[in-house]
Every structure is written in structure tokens, then in C-alpha cells.
Design a protein around this ligand. Structure first.
Ligand SMILES: *Cc1c(COP(=O)(O)O)cnc(C)c1O
Length: 381
């Protein structure tokens, strides 16, 4: 105790010295920048960042340093933040439903790229947005088959409607483009393949040559020990399928990863408050905290359990029912977590791959959720 630093070597050094009672979010800028460079080198088009996944200013600043030049924003707040932190960056306003006041706000900030999935919202854009040098991307969806999380439930036009919308966009003098979102944490490259082929058909049926195809987010990060994401295979499939689907009319490509960029640059350390009757683990963090997403897409198993002195626990795996700290009975992590049998009160659990949809959805429910922040050189415990 007593040691005070601004940058720590790794999570273990911090935990051993500080013995935090609240959950801690560890950020490794070097990992974020390396991931951004990997996207910039490998993706065959423009790489933009989906701000909603982690809107931390330190995230945006490190991405700009690494060379990211575009941002996918969903609200006036996000647009203003990007204009302030990255004045020269392209802003894509890809929330297909906006109030008229939100549209005016974005026009005043020189936003030049919009997405749309309905006739009613396209009519608002045609009324409010000057078409000159301005792109409208029609967002379409395909029928869902067994997705972990159904991204098409809220947004996306059917193919037939997308054809109509694309014709209207072109006729109104906007730059016509197409966009889709294949789902989140997609580990199978084919998630993009079928969408790209459908985009080719929609453009052909509309008789419109599209300027750009935005292949969305959905790029995976390393959440599960056994599933190391293979970004290169995904990039390669996107490149090849676009040429096959469009031939001589191949559009420029855009992607908008959130999780894929920021996920692996953060870890969260939670503390074991109790092991009740040797049976139930209670953490100081749960579904109302930084672990919100475990309830949506499942628990991360890429984690280490260490004793208060930072020594790794090596007991045999003995899965445990695990609860968060609030008094709400919904605050239970799904399934059972694969903890070592010797996990004990006061231990730390360090979850890797926690950068996306964690800080943003953390609440102060029941007085918990005071997420402490710490910058580290490396996330390796
Ligand atoms: C949320 C979102 C993204 C990012 O999704 P990830 O799965 O985090 O990559 C990209 N585009 C749009 C339009 C989104 O809403």
C-alpha cells in the first residue's frame, strides 16, 4: 500500500498494492493502438470506430493517434465529442431513426453520411439534408438464423424495401450506398458473405451503382479461451466476396467495428465478496455493473483468479453459481462460472476482453458500480 502511480505494469501489480474494494477497469493503450493498426493494415477499405461500444475519450484519442479517421456516431452527444476530439475525422451518422432536431444538429456539424431503413425516415432526410456531396446508405437485413443477438430485430429494411429506398436515395441526388450489421461477436466469416452477396443483388435490382458498401461491425474480440478471433480470414472473405458480388461495379468498402477494436484493450478486475456456504460466489460487480453483457451474450471464460497477494489460484475447475452485489435476484451471471475450487473471499477475478459494452452500461444501482480506472502497460496478469 501507499505506492501511487499513474501507469502500472499490469493488473496484478495494481491489485496487490491497492487492494481495491470496487471493480477496476484496466486499460492498455498499447493494445488498443496495435488492434487499430491491425484493422488499418488488413481491412480492404475505410476503418471507422463505432463510438457506442466504448465512448471513453482516452479510447477515441488513442484511435486517432493510431490512424483511425472515421467514426460511427448515433447521437448528437457522440457527434459533438468526435468533432471536439477529432475535428478532421469523417462522421457517419448511422442510427437510422432520428428526430428532426437531431437531423438539424448533425447538418449544422457538417455530417455527410447517413443511414436509413424506412420510407418515413428517408423522407425526413430528404426534407432536411442538402444532398450535395452527401451519402445515404440504405440499411438492409436478412432473415435471422440462430444469432446470439438479433441485430435485425430493430433496424434494417427487407431486400424488397431496400431496392425501393436505394432508388429513392439516388433519385433525390444523394450518393447511394448500402450498409448492414451482421450481428455482434461474429466468429464465422460467412456472417459477412451472405450479406455482401445480397447487397450485390439489391444494387442490381435497383439499377443503382452504389458508391460504398459498409459491412458494419460485428468483428469479434477474444472473449473465450478456445476461440481466438481470426480477423485476417474475415478481411479476406469480405474482399473476395465483394469482388465476386459486384464485379466491375465494386464499391469502396467501409467497416465500423466497436467491439473488435476496443474489446481486448481492457480488462476488469472484480473482487470476491463472499463464497456463501462454499457454494455461491458473490462478486462486487454484476449484470447492473460492468458485466452487463454477460447476461446478453454469455460469460467470458478468459479470466484469472488470484489471491489478494496476486498469486494465481490453481485449483481444479469447479463451476459455481455467481451473483452480482445488488439485492435484485436477476443479478446472477448466466450458467455457472468455471472458477478454481480454491476460490476464496477477498480474491480477485480478472476478466479479459472487457472493453466493449461494459463502461457504458455500468449503472449505480443499489449504490454499487463505482468503477475505478487504471492504465497499464500490459494486460497480462
Ligand atoms: C453497435 C453498432 C456497431 C458496432 O458493433 P460491434 O458488434 O461492437 O462491432 C456498428 N455499427 C452500427 C450501426 C451499430 O449500431
Amino acid at each position: 500500500m501507499g505506492l501511487s502511480k499513474t501507469i502500472w505494469t499490469n493488473p496484478t501489480e495494481f491489485l496487490r498494492n491497492q487492494q481495491p474494494e470496487d471493480p477496476v477497469l484496466f486499460f492498455a493503450p498499447a493494445v488498443l493502438q496495435a488492434t487499430a493498426r491491425r484493422f488499418l493494415a488488413g481491412f480492404p477499405g475505410l476503418v471507422t470506430y463505432a463510438v457506442k461500444s466504448n465512448p471513453g475519450e482516452e479510447v477515441v484519442e488513442n484511435l486517432v493517434t493510431a490512424g483511425i479517421k472515421g467514426f460511427d456516431c448515433a447521437s448528437p452527444f457522440e457527434i459533438d465529442m468526435i468533432r471536439r476530439l477529432a475535428p478532421d475525422a469523417a462522421i457517419h451518422y448511422n442510427n437510422p431513426v432520428r428526430s428532426r432536431a437531431e437531423i438539424e444538429h448533425a447538418v449544422a456539424r457538417n455530417v455527410k453520411s447517413w443511414s436509413v431503413d424506412s420510407h418515413s425516415e428517408l423522407a425526413k432526410l430528404i426534407e432536411k439534408v442538402p444532398p450535395r456531396d452527401c451519402e445515404i446508405s440504405v440499411r438492409f437485413k436478412l432473415p435471422v438464423e440462430g444469432a446470439a443477438y438479433n441485430f435485425g430485430a430493430k433496424f434494417g429494411a427487407t431486400r424488397e424495401k431496400a431496392v425501393e429506398l436505394l432508388k429513392t436515395v439516388a433519385a433525390a441526388g444523394f450518393i447511394p450506398s448500402l450498409t448492414f450489421h451482421p450481428g455482434t461477436q461474429c466468429t464465422d466469416p460467412e456472417a459477412w458473405g451472405k450479406y455482401i452477396r445480397a447487397a450485390g443483388e439489391i444494387a442490381r435490382d435497383a439499377g443503382v451503382r452504389i458508391a460504398r458498401l459498409n459491412v458494419g461491425g460485428g468483428f469479434p474480440n477474444h472473449r473465450m479461451v478456445a476461440q481466438r478471433p481470426d480477423l485476417d480470414s474475415i478481411f479476406e472473405l469480405i474482399d473476395r466476396t465483394t469482388t465476386e458480388a459486384f464485379g466491375a461495379d465494386r464499391p469502396a468498402l467501409v467497416c465500423e467495428p466497436g467491439r473488435g477494436l476496443c474489446g481486448d484493450a481492457f480488462a476488469v478486475a472484480d473482487r470476491v465478496k463472499a463464497v456463501r456456504e462454499g457454494e455461491h460466489v458473490f462478486l462486487n460487480d454484476g449484470l447492473y455493473g460492468a458485466l452487463f453483457e454477460f447476461g446478453q451474450i454469455g460469460c467470458i471464460d478468459r479470466m484469472e483468479v488470484m489471491d489478494p497477494m496476486g498469486q494465481r489460484r490453481h485449483g481444479a475447475i469447479a463451476p459455481k453459481i455467481t451473483f452480482g452485489p445488488t439485492c435484485d435476484s436477476v443479478d446472477r451471471l448466466p450458467g455457472e462460472l468455471p472458477f478454481p475450487a480454491d476460490i476464496a473471499e477477498g480474491d480477485f477475478v480478472v476478466f479479459q476482453g472487457m472493453g466493449a459494452y461494459s463502461t457504458v452500461t455500468n449503472t449505480r444501482f443499489n449504490g454499487f458500480g463505482d468503477l475505478q480506472r487504471c492504465t497499464v502497460l500490459s494486460l497480462k496478469p
